[in-house]
Ligand binder design. Structure first.
Ligand code: MTE
Ligand code: LUZ
Ligand code: MOS
Length: 756
């Protein structure tokens, strides 16, 4: 099954915010931002800027008619800086002009004076100073304190994991225009139209029904537009309201990189206790999350770190604490995996270190501790229909890990300046928003009198193929050709109170809502067919390949059925809501069943390291993944490959660097390296585990958007293994990303000489 969107992308026909037709008289915005990371604003003078050519208006916090507040979870983030600035790139004033150039020119004439305040960029320092987003969170089970004395091995250590730039191809942006009703319509590049609607309504002091948000598609989000599209939507709306004209704001790539938050960097401490056989008895960790200057989604990201702190392993005694630390950086935000990868990296580092000290293979230690069917996580949820071991065993068998080991050992014996390494990575990722209330979606389906079908849901197409999956779902309910089904733009007037398309649950939840709405209409159509064909037994009526059968005899075409239904005044529209059943979580005890199910799989990654230059190449990434019953093979495969690349990048070459003044040094693609075609592993093999239908997923499938990203974690340990082959006696830092520069510095510190 092809994905229709890919065709449009390749032909350049897909329309992103900056491509859409705009109303006449469009004005443009340039945002004047803070140039220091922490300061009191002593003076803001834009009188000269106002006189600059083409300028229509300049808007500051003082002009906001509603609340100057866009914080989602915690109300701690002004749309425009008021008395203080808290990070470089924080919006201070909105310059509206007839062209982008004129807006930018005027912005340069704004005069601002600051009284500098202390800048904190390090989460541990923020913690010491008591700069927290909220009180620390603790998840625990068993009794860690009384278990250490029973352990044969106790290993402690510290890890670092870096930030990550989303680098969606379409930068952040929106345009807005006043409506006749006095309301505002916003066209936004967002994963969360309802979130943009809510933020804009609050800033304007409007009820939500006066703000309409529409999204055709977005050019990637990766979590970066789950919450952080709100500001630009609200800025466009505020400006459109103030000047009473259509207004567009599109961030340049450099502004986008400077102004928006990224994946949260973490600094973590761990302590792990094992029996002499290698069973993990106790695990303790403290995660210092670098949240940036406001909460944004940090509290939710923090929770997912705690949920996934044990990855796929059974550990009877766990105590994990996470601390959201407030620093003077742009507020960090959702990024594919949403804190899960950060948590998993630490337990993998702990196991890697333990294996090193115990003198056993890292992957043997991983294997020994994998969860068994019916084991519980530290927050109480049992793993049911677990495929953790099956995926792992298949990976070992199918890709012959023993022979990989032999090949790597052999290579390393025969080569001095090149070394190979490999590592495995099991992944178990919970599917559902960890905030239970967010697990709802809705859909509106119309069957038109000519038999064509229109579907509106809360899902945002961001390249992940959700529209394709929903189209397939609706077409299969009606047994019609997929070309009959059109997915409409995502619009808050047609589907209200939606969750952002995130947590990998977009296709599951919106697809199920569309499925329910379609079934409602189908039920009515079957009644119509019964009447028309003079039968009282609806079970005799079946639809197949656009044909209505009665008692297995073809009787009517789809078009005829719809025509009869319309003529008999049958309701051919349905709205349906889907709420994920049987999930709950108690935020006081931190126990419950937060996830509908788990996405599961295993990977093995092989790398070749050039020990003279620090450069590395991935020989292969080989995966066995449980997709449930995949019904969109091309989409699922594409998601897996893309997520793997993003995971590899996060662990290796992508390095977000701020200096001590809070200035982003890696604000362009010349300084921030991302995976490209040359970086791509020479071989990517993906095996779909044959498995049963997953009733909690769409058409028996499993969510796929985020989970494979975490296979990339194996890249870090594969490289570390290659470094160990070069110099077995050195203790390497557990600090990612492990850039080529870091590889060199690590391997050649302490007078290590190149072997002759
Ligand atoms: N794939 C593409 N091409 N572009 C994206 O922005 N975002 C990822 C993933 N795959 C993304 C993507 C993230 S972070 C999530 S949560 C899921 O898609 C969201 O879509 P889904 O819920 O439909 O899987
Ligand atoms: N967003 C969110 C998410 O609000 N809650 C989540 O649990 C989540 N998980 C993954 C990605 N985004
Ligand atoms: Mo994805 S981080 O849930 O948008």
């Amino acid at each position: 099954m092809k994905n229709y969107d890919y065709e449009k992308h390749v032909k350049g026909e897909s329309q992103f915010v900056d491509d859409l037709l705009t109303p006449a008289g469009l004005l443009y915005v340039h945002i004047f931002t803070a140039s220091v990371a922490h300061a009191e604003i002593l003076k803001l003078d834009y009188s000269e800027a106002l006189k600059s050519r083409g300028v229509v208006d300049i808007i500051t916090a003082q002009n906001i008619p509603g609340e100057n507040q866009i914080g989602g979870i915690i109300q701690d983030e002004p749309l425009l800086a008021d008395n203080e600035v808290h990070f470089i790139g924080q919006p201070v004033a909105i310059v509206v002009a007839d062209t982008v150039l004129h807006a930018k020119e005027a912005s340069g004439k704004i005069i601002i004076e600051y009284k500098n305040l202390p800048v904190i960029t390090d989460p541990r320092l923020a913690f010491q100073k008591g700069e927290l987003i909220m009180p620390p969170r603790l998840f625990a089970c068993g009794d860690v304190d009384n278990t250490w004395s029973l352990c044969d091995h106790i290993i402690e250590g510290t890890t670092e994991s870096g930030g990550q730039e989303h680098l969606y191809l379409e930068t952040q942006g929106a345009f807005a225009y006043p409506l006749e009703s006095g309301g505002i319509k916003i066209v936004s590049s967002t994963q969360g139209p309802t979130q943009v609607q809510r933020a804009a309504a609050k800033v304007l002091g409007f009820p939500m029904n006066k703000v309409e948000v529409d999204v055709t598609r977005i050019g990637g989000g990766f979590g970066g537009k789950e919450d952080q599209a709100n500001a630009w939507g609200a800025i466009a709306a505020l400006a459109a309201w103030k000047v009473k004209k259509p207004v567009k704001v599109i961030l340049s790539r450099q502004d986008d990189m400077r102004m928006t938050g990224k994946r949260h960097p973490y600094s973590s401490d761990f302590k792990i206790g094992l029996s002499k056989e290698g069973k993990i008895l106790a695990y303790q960790a403290t995660f210092y999350q670098n949240a940036g200057a406001a909460a944004d989604l940090s509290p939710a990201v923090l929770d997912r770190t705690l949920f996934h702190a044990v990855n796929s392993y059974y550990i009877p005694n766990v105590s994990v604490t996470a601390i959201s630390c407030k620093t003077n950086l742009p507020p960090n935000t959702a990024f594919r995996g949403f804190g899960g990868p950060q948590g998993m990296f630490v337990i993998e580092a702990a196991l890697f270190k333990a294996a090193e000290i115990m003198g056993v293979d890292y992957h043997k230690l991983q294997e020994l501790n994998l969860m068994e069917e019916g084991d519980s996580f530290h927050y109480g949820q049992k793993i049911e229909n677990s495929t953790i071991k099956r995926c792992w065993d298949e990976t070992i068998k199918k890709y012959d890990v023993d022979s990989i080991q032999k090949r790597v050992d052999e290579f390393n014996k025969n080569n001095k300046l090149y070394k190979k390494g490999f590592a495995l990575m099991p992944v178990c990722f919970g599917i559902s928003f960890t905030n239970t209330f967010m697990n709802q979606a809705s859909a509106l389906v119309h069957v038109f009198s000519d038999g064509s079908i229109s579907v509106s849901t809360g899902a945002i197409e961001m390249g992940q193929g959700v529209n394709m999956k929903i189209r397939q779902t609706v077409a299969s309910v009606f047994s019609v050709n997929i070309d009959r089904v059109k997915i409409e733009t995502t619009n808050t007037t047609r589907t209200a109170n939606t969750s952002p398309t995130a947590a990998s649950a977009g296709a599951d939840m919106n697809g199920k809502a569309a499925e329910i709405a379609s079934r409602n209409i189908l039920d009515k159509l079957i009644k119509v067919a019964c009447d028309k064909l003079n039968t009282k037994d609806p079970s005799l009526i079946t639809l197949k390949n656009e044909t209505v059968f009665c008692n297995n005899k073809p009787e009517l075409s789809w078009n005829q059925l719809v025509q009869v239904a319309f003529n008999t005044r049958t309701n051919l529209s349905s709205h349906a809501q889907y709420a994920v059943p049987d999930i709950y979580f108690d935020k006081d005890t931190n126990t419950g069943k937060p996830f509908a199910y788990y996405a599961i799989g295993s990977a093995v990654v092989e790398v070749t390291l050039d020990c003279l230059r620090g450069l590395y190449e991935f020989d292969s990434v080989k995966v066995v993944h449980d997709y449930g019953k995949s019904f969109s093979y091309v989409v699922d495969r594409g998601q897996t490959e893309g997520a793997i690349m993003q995971g590899l990048g996060w662990m290796t070459i992508e390095e977000v660097i701020y200096n001590e003044n809070g200035k982003l040094l890696t604000d362009a693609l010349s300084t921030y390296k991302v995976p490209d075609i040359h970086f791509t592993p020479k071989e990517i093999k993906i095996e779909f585990l044959e498995t049963v239908e997953n009733g909690a997923g769409l058409k028996g499938s499993k969510a796929i958007g985020e989970p494979p990203l975490m296979y990339g974690i194996a890249a870090f340990f594969a490289i570390l293994n290659a470094m160990k082959a070069f110099n077995p006696h050195k203790e390497y830092k557990l600090s990612s990303p492990i850039t080529p520069e870091k590889v060199l510095c690590e391997m050649y510190s302490e007078n290590v000489t190149v072997p002759a």
